[in-house]
Design a binder for this molecule. Structure first.
Ligand SMILES: *Cc1c(COP(=O)(O)O)cnc(C)c1O
Length: 221
């Protein structure tokens, strides 16, 4: 059942430039699936629910680099930051950013985050509009953060077969990243975009981090 996982990871890594990070999205898949990826030498995994991550962390090697990619509710921030999460991709409001920073200070830890940008057509997707993110970057917010490093942006494209549309949205996100960079500093270096069905397009548009689930682990149950 898990024998294809190593093969899928190796195939995808073989197609990625070395400067593009692969986040293997293991949500809804059992720890045995992640163990198969670890055996293949892959250490970066993405989860989208705090509950599920909480259950998985103690069952797997401390070498795993856990990324949180799902919608994060403020009331789950404390629990999430108690876990060894190395990057939160889904900071979609100023309120959440402040809550994360306050909790990281309280816990005496540092945390890396990405700002989620809304570039897709679907109104259901969350995140900052590019101009909202620019306003944030030019405000005193970045300097006011005490324990949080904003490392870049995350974006999702519309769910459509229209490659032109997807490409336009990814290019919009990449352009916003470049516009934000001067005010955000040297650590602002990450563009998280691209999933199983659109990662080739995302990489062409300047992604530095792809989040791939079903193309590695198969369909989610
Ligand atoms: C589930 C998820 C992915 C992975 O999706 P696949 O289509 O299975 O590759 C990537 N990013 C986010 C934010 C997700 O929630």
């Amino acid at each position: 059942m898990f024998e294809k996982i190593a093969e899928n990871i190796e195939r995808i890594k073989g197609q990625l430039q070395p400067q593009v990070t692969l986040v293997a999205v293991s949500k809804f898949h059992p720890v045995e699936a992640i163990a198969a990826g670890l055996a293949a030498g892959h250490f970066v995994y993405g989860e989208s629910r705090v509950q599920e991550l909480t259950a998985k962390v103690p069952q797997l090697s401390p070498q795993v680099r856990w990324h949180f990619i799902g919608h994060l509710q403020s009331n789950k921030v404390r629990q999430l930051l108690r876990l060894p999460v190395s990057l939160i991709h889904s900071v979609d409001s100023l309120r959440l950013l402040r809550a994360i920073d306050a909790e990281a200070v309280a816990q005496g830890r540092a945390v890396d985050v990405l700002l989620e940008l809304h570039v897709a057509r679907e109104a259901t997707k969350s995140g900052f509009a590019p101009d909202e993110a620019l306003a944030l970057a030019d405000s005193n917010v970045p300097q006011s953060l005490r324990a949080t490093r904003v490392r870049g942006i995350m974006a999702m494209a519309s769910l459509t077969d229209d490659v032109e549309q997807v490409s336009r949205e990814f290019r919009t996100a990449r352009a916003a990243f470049e516009a934000l960079q001067p005010s955000m500093g040297a650590a602002f270096d990450t563009v998280s975009m691209g999933m199983s069905d659109d990662w080739h397009v995302a990489v062409d548009c300047g992604s530095t981090m792809v989040r791939i689930g079903s193309a590695i682990f198969g369909p989610r149950l």
